[in-house]
Design a protein around this ligand. Sequence first.
Ligand code: SF4
Length: 75
Amino acid sequence: MARIIQNYEECIGCGTCAALCPKFWEMVEGEAKARPIGGKKDEETGEYELEVEESEIGCNQEAADACPVQIIQIR
Ligand code: SF4
């Protein structure tokens, strides 16, 4: 398994992650931000976390590499 972590508060809502990896990323209506679909938000850190299979990292890595504010991490 791998964890995808996103610093939600710093998302600028550019939409790149949702365009590159629509199966795993969605724009949040009314917030101008994106989040990982089905991810859980840690209210203390403000980060979203989603567990995926190693085989599902693919486009999530592309999203992480392309995010203009570099707030997506894969661990
Ligand atoms: S690519 Fe980064 S800044 Fe753009 S919507 Fe996704 S998480 Fe937010």
